[in-house]
Design a protein around this ligand. Sequence first.
Ligand code: PLP
Ligand code: COI
Length: 342
Amino acid sequence: MERANLDWENLTFQYVKTDYHLEYYFKDGQWSDAKIVESDKIELSIAATALHYGQECFEGLKAFEQKDGTISIFRPDENAKRMINSAKKILMEPFPEEKFLEAVNEVVRLNRRFIPPYGSGASLYIRPLLLGTSGIVGVKPSHEYLFLVFVTPVGPYFKGGLKPIDLLVIEDIDRAAPFGTGDVKVGGNYAAGLRASKKAKDLGYNEVLYLDARHKKYIDESGPANFFGITKDNKYVTPKSSSILPSITNKSLQVIAKDMGMTVEQRPVDVEEIFDFKEAGCCGTAAVISPVKSITYRDRKVTYLEDDEVGDVCHNLYNHLRGIQLGTIEDKYGWNFKVPMD
Ligand code: PLP
Ligand code: COI
């Protein structure tokens, strides 16, 4: 197999078309087998519920070439389960976990020449997507669905990789309501957040940091990632909230932090606590760990890192997580799912 001719070390988080994606159709009460498709276009009813009423959800996970040359996907079972929760919350037909695991293996195998080489710093991003496809003009759940999964090779989400980022607390735009859909991965949440991210970027910050919509007191999360702070006595503190996405990266970091001897607290985090942390980070599949350089809240700014030197705790967490994903640190929790390549 010859690898695709890409500049692996300099990939960014941008869509690159690969060779194939897979499609599965839900019709008459059952899911079809996989269809292998070369085109990256789909045909959809102009009245599809996904298009008008946002009846769609998606996932994001990564495959890595490990040091020994094998390919593994990081915790795909967790993404499968989260996608089932997302589907149920907006009354879509969930895509079964077993089929999800087959699908992610198959799409990686089919596009093996796009898997970034070990050591390049890049990975193969896997994007499963579920769409309501019935043409219904009334506001009702679809009875037909399309599940598709494609891959695209990616580098760091934020420019500069491990380069620390500046966050802006924005209070006049909400991403999600306490009993809304913030805890699932549906497209509407991201549409709701576009203005806040744009506002932060226009003002020279990398991303927004949201507070809870009801009290404007507790930290929720950033636009594309969860948030954590490290206290001066070395606790890993991360928000508990009904309106944030339960991040699989965050869940993994909590285990790693405990293994590193840290105390982990998942609880409402008062925004005032940012002034007491010694380090902070954003975490997610795309973001991995993006160390936070500063947070601006109203007329106050806290700066954790004077230059772009990453703090020790974020550095250790990052190295440990990446080490497991790349097969250089023992995967003692069985997080890596090997892709059978033949
Ligand atoms: N929060 C939001 C809003 C996200 O889009 C993501 C990305 O998936 C995350 C958090 C991080 O979740 P995970 O670590 O499962 O990728
Ligand atoms: C991911 O981290 O996988 C995400 O889906 C975040 C997205 C906004 C790129």
